[in-house]
Design a protein around this ligand. Sequence first.
Ligand code: UD1
Ligand code: CA
Length: 457
Amino acid sequence: MLENSCALVLAAGKGTRMHSGDRPKVLAELLGRPMLWYVHRALAPVFEDRVHTVVGHGADLVAAAFPEHKDRFIHQAEQLGTGHALQVAWPRLKALGLRYVVVVNGDTPLLDTASVEKLTERAASSGAAVTFLTISPEGENAYGRVLRDESGAVLGIVEKRDFDQSKHGPEPREVNAGIYCLDMERVAPLLDWLGNSNKAREYYITDLVELAMADQEGVEAVECGSDEGLMGVNTPAELVLAEERLRESIVAGHAASGALIRNPAACRIGPEATIAPGADITGPCEITGQAVLARSCRVEPFCHVIESWLAEGSLVRSFSHLEQAEVGPGCVVGPYARLRTGSVLEEKAKVGNFVEMKKAVLGKGSKASHLTYLGDAEIGAGVNIGAGTITCNYDGRNKHRTVIRDGAFIGSNTALVAPVEIGADALVGAGSTITKNVSPGHLAVTRAKQAEVRKRK
Ligand code: UD1
Ligand code: CA
């Protein structure tokens, strides 16, 4: 059945209740990845490249965030409802010549592959024209209510705002999760019957249920009880709730596989981070993007590690910020260090407090212990960078490189005006402004001679 099916993600809505301005709701992020990313991730194992996405509001922004999905975007210029989104997508889906389409609301980021498989298996075994997932959450909610008759057969779905006890009877707890499997050939004739005579004046996909029943086509509701993985995210509060569920499960997963996660409630770890068993993390911290933390590395509290690699035995001390950085084995970073894109620390290098690096390599065993900026720099092994050293890499137009060869010693408060090269084992006197290359093994000083003048009485 799965080879005979495709998926359609509905992601064209603005998401007014999210209050995210021009940014469409499906781009709202959980642990550093947009909602839609999670939905695609859940669908990919089942449908591979047969996942289409309806976009509309902020389509350019969605396309920029998902270039790999762009070819399978379907544009819904005006967003007239979930049923309308399906109508707009239908010709593209039909052209695929497949039997089933699984339609998923793009605002269901906690959806997992198992739930999708449960849906498709039931659709295949029941032979229903419309199969959908239901949940029965506790408390107030805005989901579509599932109506059943006394025998338990599904009659339809009524949106909360359209629900009228006098007409529909007592309000059921069972609601629609917004994930459907449609038998395309049998649903096709029903599409033309979707109307918009409801409070929102929208074409609802949910009306397909009642239409299928009226046409004697089978309808199957798959009850998923209190499964929070099917929650829809419409508001900032729901986003936070979903993100928290996700966070807990990611942290628990790493802890179960042997990472030492202290203060787990305060660790925010993104879905793509790799944390090896034996890595030692103390929250609060944030580890996002494709970060890799090796065995026996250690991250102390209040650090943010983005898309960075921490090798075995490396130590990142408190209040450090790393983005696209590589920290080699046995290195020490921080406290209060900032490693920006392209920072590379080779084995046992050390970067101390208030040191910023960008596109810079610090060689094996080299140290920059205090108050330094190293940008566009290549620094060899065994180099000592004194406190207050600045690579002056930017002339107002272009960036230039600084090269410091093995064993060089840069005295404190040195300005290295790039492009410039300091030779191996050279020594730069404290307080110098270096504008010319320094030969290997030589001392360079540019500071003015100290003079003494007797004070006047
Ligand atoms: C929808 C269901 C509701 C269900 C709930 C589950 C309808 C009418 N109602 O309500 O029964 O309980 O999901 O979470 O479907 N979208 C489009 N084009 C449009 C309108 C919406 O692509 O014209 C997309 C949105 O971007 C969103 C998804 O469809 O990702 C669902 O729309 P939303 O407005 O969030 O529907 P709900 O009111 O939550
Ligand atoms: Ca929704």
